[in-house]
Design a binder for this molecule. Structure first.
Ligand code: NAD
Ligand code: ZN
Ligand code: ZN
Length: 408
């Protein structure tokens, strides 16, 4: 059965938009679907008409061929939509609700969900704790860069926007609640930053910019964003951040020029395993950010690490990197009593509060990340431009719901 259209991973460097099955409340066999999940029923699920779905740096790892994602995998874990059908076991979510979908799929019933660690739910992915839509090794739940998508455990997972009209007006900001805003916020919270902190955020991609906006929201005294992409650094400056250009060498010296001292209270890694070495014409060096953050973070400080590190990387720079083994200078972190927080962001911990911050004008997240609306059919162009380092967060608009919607 067709009746849906979706963005699928084709091969390294290529995605296409194709006809796919209209979702049902049962997980069908397909590319990337874990064997034990085939035929899994979701009486607790809903079907969404997708109103906004974003392209993420996490998708790019797959599209660059840096994971074991299979051909045909339907992409997309950043989903905002309207409920068009609900399963018989859904009690509180109604048809017509406009909702944000946390990218983590969580059952709401296991030990980790009960402890609010929804990024490592024990019941949704037979291979390992934690699942997501449209992602390799994440259980095979079908991606939401599509016209329609299925969300299981709907009562637990979905954040319903309180006012439908307002939600549609603020959709371009609210769409950031499914991943990057909570993820950036989590990075900052786990870095220990708060009122008066000096914060360094490595990476000026959408997650880094969301972390920077979050640090401001949390009252940081100064937020410094580092990258080698000058356009992205300019974007960070556009909303009041200081910047360092890591291609110009030592970040300590550049940070000292800004704050008067070569260290910060708190640091966030919004880069991950495809990190480039510092200095001119640098090559990929996956442990660069982790090691440099230990270098610049004060003794007793913490590193928030939303940047993704993988267990298998076919394109790794050496044999160790191919299995996710990096040359991390842990002795330095140990000597400085650093704490580290890694892993998927448990979106549900933060999305309601951040929604309220958006609704009441406390934060301008769509502007901060330069949200850019394109049609579903333009997804291949969005992926290519994002891969080239465009300073934009691409938001796909499968049904035209974002036409005329402006950042708040
Ligand atoms: P992105 O690829 O757009 O941004 C990464 C940026 O890092 C790029 O601008 C790149 O130029 C820059 N960079 C490379 N080396 C650097 C260095 N040494 N220092 C500073 N900057 C450097 O990706 P994004 O969408 O912003 O996502 C960032 C990371 O967060 C990715 O690894 C993504 O997979 C991850 N992520 C994690 C979660 C989570 O739940 N933990 C959620 C979403 C995204
Ligand atoms: Zn994402
Ligand atoms: Zn669970």
């Amino acid at each position: 059965m067709t009746g849906n259209r979706a963005v699928a991973y084709l091969k390294p460097g290529a995605v296409d938009v194709r006809a796919t099955d209209y979702p049902t409340l049962e997980l069908q066999d397909g590319p990337g679907v874990a064997t034990e999940n085939i035929g899994r029923k979701s009486r607790h699920g809903v079907i969404l008409k997708v109103l906004a779905t974003n392209i993420c740096g996490s998708d790019q790892h797959m599209v660059r061929g840096r994971t074991t994602a299979p051909e045909g995998l339907v992409l997309g874990h950043e989903i905002t939509g309207e409920v068009v059908e609900r399963g018989p076991d859904v009690e509180f979510i109604e048809v017509g609700d406009v909702v944000s979908v946390p990218f983590n799929i969580a059952c709401g019933r296991c030990r980790n969900c009960k402890e609010r660690k929804t990024g490592i739910c024990l019941n949704v992915n037979p291979a390992r704790p934690g699942a997501a839509y449209g992602y390799v090794d994440m259980g095979g739940w079908v991606g939401g860069q599509a016209e329609y998508a299925m969300v299981p455990y709907a009562d637990f997972n979905l954040l319903k926007f309180p006012d439908r009209e307002e939600a549609l007006e603020k959709l371009l900001d609210l769409t950031m609640l499914s991943d990057i805003f909570p993820t950036g916020f989590h990075g900052v919270v786990t870095s220990g930053a708060g009122v008066g902190s000096t914060v360094y955020v490595a990476g000026a991609g959408p997650v880094g910019l969301a972390a920077a906006a979050s640090a401001q929201l949390l009252g940081a005294a100064v937020v410094i964003v580092g990258d080698l992409n000058t356009e992205r650094l300019a974007q960070a400056r556009s909303f009041g951040c200081e910047t360092v250009d890591v291609s110009k060498g030592s970040i300590e010296e550049q940070i000292a020029e800004i704050t008067g001292e070569p260290e910060v209270d708190a640091a966030v890694d919004a880069v991950g395993f495809e990190a480039r070495a510092h200095g001119p014409q640098s090559q990929e060096a996956p442990a660069t950010v982790l090691n440099s953050l230990m270098g610049v973070t004060r003794a007793g400080g913490a590193l928030g690490i939303p940047g993704l590190y993988v267990t298998d990387d076919p394109g790794g720079v050496d044999e160790d990197a191919k299995s996710g083994t990096l040359k991390v200078r842990l002795g330095l972190g140990w000597a400085k009593s650093h704490s580290f927080a890694t892993g998927q962001c448990p979106v549900m911990k933060y999305h309601r509060g951040l929604m309220q911050a958006i609704r009441h004008g406390r934060v301008h997240i769509a502007k901060a990340v330069n949200a850019t609306v394109i049609g579903l059919d333009d997804a291949p162009r969005g992926y290519a431009e994002f891969d080239q380092g465009a300073s934009r967060k691409y938001v796909l608009d499968p049904h035209g719901a974002l036409q005329g919607v402006r950042p708040v």
